[in-house]
Design a protein around this ligand. Structure first.
Ligand code: IPE
Ligand code: IPE
Ligand code: MG
Length: 236
């Protein structure tokens, strides 16, 4: 694949773990475990294909409304995932960042997120963002509160507020906007993901469920992306 026209930043809404498990007659939590394993593989595949930034939606601010058992199982998976992340980051030069409302996560997950960001901050390979307890409206609300605070204490004047000011106060402050968004499993909605950042992003939908979305499927998405005529964005 021609690396030059590969999207620099790919965002993924990893959907369909539950439906995949159901189709196999298994509990939803098995679908989540298989989905987490797939994400592990996807990091290497994305890197190999020349993607620089990968940002995945793992748990939304709305996902707390799921059953207590499912939420607990997901938190355990994230724990395991972040713990394994240290080895992964060290071995593959991956920089890991956790976006979303961190104080809303269990304390040990907050600590793990802090530690892994610090541990991997100088890594120059794949820039990997995982969205945990993430909601775009929440992120924008937090940004507005910080900006209001700066105006109140006199460090910022209202006339100086620009699009860049807002961008810089988001969880994705130093990260370029996604070029391509992929949502697996057939739904065609944003589910409160990266509303500001996706302003000019190309959207790709596929019926494939996340646990079985592999290299071939990612290549198909990139090939589709390469047929788009883009006026704005990072990749050109
Ligand atoms: C995505 O799969 C994973 C999370 C939202 C945590 P789902 O759990 O949403 O799977 P479906 O949509 O029910 O199939
Ligand atoms: C979006 O998927 C969130 C994640 C993939 C983590 P959902 O499956 O939770 O989205 P809705 O609720 O169907 O919109
Ligand atoms: Mg879903």
């Amino acid at each position: 694949m021609d690396k030059k026209s590969v999207p620099a930043h790919v965002a993924i809404i990893m959907d369909g773990n539950g439906r995949w498990a159901k189709s196999k007659g298994m509990p939803r939590t098995i679908g989540h475990a298989k989905g987490a394993q797939n994400l592990e593989d996807m990091l290497y595949i994305a890197d190999e294909l020349g993607i620089k930034y990968l940002t995945v939606y793992a748990f939304s601010t709305e996902n707390w409304k799921r059953s207590e058992d499912e939420v607990l199982a997901l938190m355990n998976l994230f724990r395991q995932y972040l713990r394994n992340g240290f080895r992964k980051a060290a071995k593959n030069n991956v920089r890991i960042r956790v976006i979303g409302y961190r104080p809303g996560l269990p304390k040990d997950l907050q600590d793990l997120a802090d530690e892994i960001e610090e541990f991997s901050k100088d890594n120059t390979g794949l820039q990997f963002q995982i969205a945990l307890n993430y909601g775009s409206r929440d992120e924008i609300t937090r940004a507005v509160k910080q900006i209001a605070e700066e105006v109140k204490n006199g460090t910022l004047s209202p006339e100086d507020i620009s699009e860049e000011t807002i961008t810089k106060h988001l969880d994705t402050a130093d990260i370029p906007d996604p070029d391509l968004l992929i949502r697996t499993s057939g739904e065609q909605r944003l589910s409160n993901y990266l509303l500001w950042q996706l302003a000019y992003t190309e959207f790709y939908y596929t019926d494939t469920h996340w646990p079985v979305f592999g290299k071939k499927e990612l290549q198909d998405a990139i090939e589709w992306y390469q047929t788009r005529d883009r006026r704005y964005g990072n990749a050109k």
